[in-house]
Design a protein around this ligand. Structure first.
Ligand code: PLP
Length: 419
């Protein structure tokens, strides 16, 4: 039932890969929208799924469906084996141990798990949590909830005008009261790629626990969590060709081992008596209830499929699309790009003077072009830029240079209508 790897084996280079045949494996990209070919430029929001992932989910549901870790019957065994195989594949994909990988519904769940199981029992008045200006709400709000309950304070690392982290400023914030530093590997608005290793090294020197939000990194570049030096790493499946409601949290074993459960229920226990319950070891301790079995199996298939394609190829392809799109967008009169970090992923937030982002996105949609408009779940970043909304075109390896041209042509056209 595993996803069938396509013809590439991860050894080809980006230049020799037939990207059209890769794209052809994504059925939804054949769609037409408002009578025009779909140009899907919203992969930072959610990514599209190759047939191999769709097949892995439906094969499980059609032939093997049963609950995991409970039944001794044949289907129960098959389901458990497939679910645990997905954990193994994901662990290999991210270079971590499988018993340190908690499967959950995605980054939001993963960050809340760290907030409520690691931070809530430990933090006290006077402690501090450091976040950065570029965080997604999923990496802000859980910490605020914990700060309110513990009396800890939140400090914010600011950005340079280019949208990079001001590292000197960050180091100054890392004072002895700081217990935890949570930051994005890659910004979902600016595309900025943060120097995770350097940041984690500085934090570790000061005994500060690091939590990395890998939502926008894992789908787009090789990520070797073991080499990053962080303590927790969260990721989400639906942005990396996997189904929605999937993802995981990697945590250092010694930290996971000390953490109380986040949710209580089946699977996370060893023995339950009314007098008290003995909890399971990690990762099961944090996987209460019936998980998204078919979804996580689909995510395992996605990791296998991406490994076969090669994440360095994915990164190279998307970098080319980013470079081409950035140059072409700047030919549109009045267009401003937010974020010009030296190391940047294929996310371009932009605005056109005198045009509201939602109007722009609505008219682009009529041309078949899907971009996101709004605040991108990053209100504090938008406040810092002093704008109420931007449009965001986010690319994946399945996009084409012709789609970049289509976006730019549509922007020229739409701008003439609106300005
Ligand atoms: N963090 C970042 C940087 C994101 O881009 C997103 C999704 O947009 C999230 C967290 C939340 O991910 P999910 O909604 O899959 O939990």
């Amino acid at each position: 039932m595993n996803a069938k790897p396509h013809e590439h084996d991860g050894t080809s280079s980006a230049a020799t890969i037939d990207w059209h045949s890769i794209r052809a494996q994504f059925p939804v990209l054949e769609r037409r929208v408002h009578g025009k070919p779909l140009v899907y430029l919203d992969s930072a929001n959610t990514g599209q799924k190759p047939q191999a992932v769709i097949d892995a989910v439906s094969t499980f549901s059609a032939h093997h469906n049963a609950n995991v870790s409970r039944a001794v019957h044949a289907l129960g065994g098959e389901a458990t084996e497939a679910y645990e195989a997905a954990r193994t594949t994901l662990a290999r994909f991210l270079s971590v141990r499988r018993d340190e990988l908690v499967l959950c519904s995605g980054t939001t769940f993963a960050l809340n798990l760290v907030a409520f199981s690691w931070a809530l029992p430990r933090l006290k008045p006077g402690d501090a949590i450091v976040l950065t200006r570029m965080e997604h709400h999923a990496n802000i709000v859980p910490w605020q909830l914990v700060a309110e309950r513990t009396g800890a304070v939140i400090k914010v690392a600011e950005l340079t005008p280019e949208g990079e982290l001001d590292l000197d400023g960050l180091w100054r914030l890392l004072t002895p009261e700081v217990q935890l530093l949570a930051f994005a590997h890659v910004s979902n608005v600016l595309g900025t790629v943060n120097p995770v290793r350097e940041i984690c090294r500085e934090a570790a020197k000061r005994g500060i626990v690091t939590v990395v939000d890998g939502s926008q990194a894992v789908p787009h570049r090789p990520v070797d969590i073991a080499a990053l030096g962080c303590d927790f790493y969260a990721f989400t499946g639906h942005k990396m060709c996997g189904p929605t409601g999937t993802g995981g949290l990697w945590g250092r074993r010694e930290l996971l081992a000390q953490m109380p459960p986040f949710l209580g229920g089946g699977e996370m226990i060893r023995e339950v008596r009314f007098e008290g319950t003995v909890f399971n070891d990690p990762p099961m301790r944090f996987e209460a209830g019936t998980p998204n079995i078919a979804g996580q199996i689909g995510l395992g298939a996605a990791a296998e499929w991406l490994s076969a394609l090669g994440m360095t190829n994915v990164e190279a392809r998307e970098q080319q699309l980013l470079d081409d799109a950035t140059a072409a967008l700047l030919t549109v009169p009045g267009l401003r790009i937010f974020g010009s970090a030296r190391e940047k992923a294929a996310v371009i937030s932009f605005a056109i003077e005198g045009v509201h982002a939602h109007d722009l996105a609505t008219l682009l949609d009529l041309e078949g072009i899907a971009v996101r408009s709004g605040q991108h779940c990053a209100h504090p970043l938008m406040q810092w830029f002093g704008v109420s909304a931007t449009c965001r075109a986010s690319f994946a390896f399945y996009n084409t240079p012709a789609e970049v041209d289509a976006l730019v042509a549509a922007l020229h056209k739409v701008r003439q209508l609106l300005v």
